[in-house]
Design a protein. Structure first.
Length: 248
């Protein structure tokens, strides 16, 4: 029964992640914490996250905006590297709450009249890439920051997803080898169930792609912004027992 619940959550999380650009790691990590210690949970979710993003890359590869990838990608690599190595020293409750407040602020911009909207200048996009990588390396929740910055751009739904996927893959490819050095032995017993879980996330991604075609661009942007706001609220009011410092 527990496993049925896990694969169902994985399916729905993958569908949501395709539509919003993030969410798979955020949802799956607490589920994995039921079965594994925190660092191993983050490692295993990272593997699921990467393979699922590779599927999305195949689906949307023709829509990638490589100029935006370059703006985000270099410092995302640096941030991912530092975050993966510095889990204990960089993770703290204050950082979590600051990030949550920024996400709420950015997400709300899509819901207010255009004359009242505030957007960070595109010149600081590399900082967004760095923060996305840093938080991704720390706890795996890299996508909300990236999606918030990508809303700065007027792009199609497909380009939004495809560009975010490439940046996410870059961060995953940086952090997973670092996790592997410490937690590779944990995969020996986890592989069979992990493969099944990956299969369900693939199905969820395909279902999300089906739903995507039924969203208008304006509704899609508002949906993404709404999920970003919820993510910000989650980070600010996250139960103390799951605070970053406690996890790591």
């Amino acid at each position: 029964m527990d496993y049925v619940l896990v694969v169902s959550v994985a399916f729905l999380a993958a569908a949501l992640a395709l539509l919003s650009g993030f969410g798979l790691g955020t949802i799956l990590t607490p589920v994995f914490l039921v079965f594994y210690e925190a660092k191993v949970a983050v490692f295993l979710v990272a593997i699921v996250h990467l393979l699922n993003n590779l599927l999305k890359f195949v689906l949307f590869r023709k829509h990638i905006d490589f100029e935006i990838v370059k703006r985000f990608g270099v410092l995302a690599i640096v941030g991912g590297f530092l975050g993966a190595f510095g889990q204990i020293y960089l993770a703290n409750e204050a950082l979590q709450k600051i990030i949550g407040a920024v996400l709420i602020f950015l997400g709300l911009q899509e819901w207010v009249p255009s004359k009242l909207q505030f957007r960070f200048p595109k010149a600081i996009d590399p900082i967004g890439g760095f923060l996305s990588g840093l938080v991704g390396g720390l706890i795996g929740n890299q996508g909300a920051i990236r999606s918030a910055f990508l809303l700065n751009y007027k792009m199609s739904k497909e380009t939004f997803i495809a560009t975010g996927v490439v940046i996410a893959c870059v961060i995953d490819l940086v952090r997973i080898p670092i996790y592997w050095l410490s937690y590779a032995s944990s995969l020996q017993q986890a592989w069979p169930s992990l493969i099944i879980l990956i299969g369900f996330t693939f199905l969820g991604t395909l279902f999300g792609n089906f739903l995507l075609k039924r969203f208008s661009l304006s509704h899609f942007r508002k949906f993404v912004a709404g999920i970003i706001i919820l993510m910000g609220i989650y980070l600010i009011f996250k139960p103390r027992k799951l605070c970053l410092k406690r996890l790591f």
